[in-house]
Write a protein that binds this ligand. Structure first.
Ligand SMILES: *[C@@H]1O[C@H](CO)[C@@H](O)[C@H](O)[C@H]1NC(C)=O
Ligand SMILES: *[C@@H]1O[C@H](CO)[C@@H](O)[C@H](O)[C@H]1NC(C)=O
Ligand SMILES: *[C@@H]1O[C@H](CO)[C@@H](O)[C@H](O)[C@H]1NC(C)=O
Ligand SMILES: *[C@@H]1O[C@H](CO)[C@@H](O)[C@H](O)[C@H]1NC(C)=O
Length: 158
């Protein structure tokens, strides 16, 4: 009985430790027009490389957390660089919007960040972009279309 309790409690401790360690790591899709460009457009259709940010870059710096980024960058000087960029980024706690920071870093005479979004869950950087580089708003569309259909059904029934 005693050993049973010992084993089960150490198992719980192991489990808690393990899930804590897991919760501290984040995976992001990692691709750009040059590296896996053909897979970068829509991870739901063709899966690009996955990167474990913590494994790849080590533990985050103090006051920083890893986030996943999706962005569309237009390079007027070189068309092959224009397109979707996905990857791990390290966001300092005093940076309110990583995308604002990113735009400041990238924007220049030859480069423009057309759109950008970040998120904090593993493999969350799966957003898609229009041909002109704007974020597709598939999720909000889903929230618009479904209630619309539902209210139509109710109207028809009534
Ligand atoms: C982290 O943030 C705290 C509070 O904002 C600050 O006092 C500390 O110097 C920061 N540490 C680093 C390494 O930036
Ligand atoms: C922008 O492109 C021009 C022409 O290709 C090049 O000469 C210049 O060095 C580029 N500037 C930057 C900041 O990359
Ligand atoms: C454009 O970028 C690609 C990828 O970095 C490079 O291989 C190519 O030489 C560049 N072309 C020009 C004209 O700079
Ligand atoms: C993107 O990933 C989230 C979870 O990370 C998932 O809920 C969502 O369905 C995915 N979207 C697409 C278009 O695959």
């Amino acid at each position: 009985m005693k050993t049973e309790i010992y084993f089960s409690s150490s198992f719980v401790i192991l489990l808690v430790t393990f899930s804590f360690a897991l919760s501290q790591t984040i995976q992001c899709y990692d691709c750009d027009p040059v590296d896996e460009g053909e897979k970068c457009g829509d991870p739901a259709t063709s899966v690009p490389k996955l990167l474990n940010c913590n494994k790849e870059f080590g533990p985050p710096e103090s006051n920083s957390t890893y986030i996943c980024l999706s962005a569309y960058i237009k390079y007027s000087s070189n068309d092959t660089l224009t397109g979707v960029y996905r990857g791990c980024k390290s966001q300092k706690s005093d940076v309110e919007s990583y995308c604002d920071f990113f735009k400041e870093e990238i924007d220049g005479p030859n480069a423009t960040v057309i759109s950008c979004t970040t998120c904090t869950d593993s493999l969350c950087n799966n957003q898609t972009f229009s041909l002109s580089g704007n974020l597709n708003d598939a999720v909000s569309l889903q929230y618009v279309v479904f209630p619309l259909v539902l209210s139509l059904v109710f109207l028809l029934v009534a």
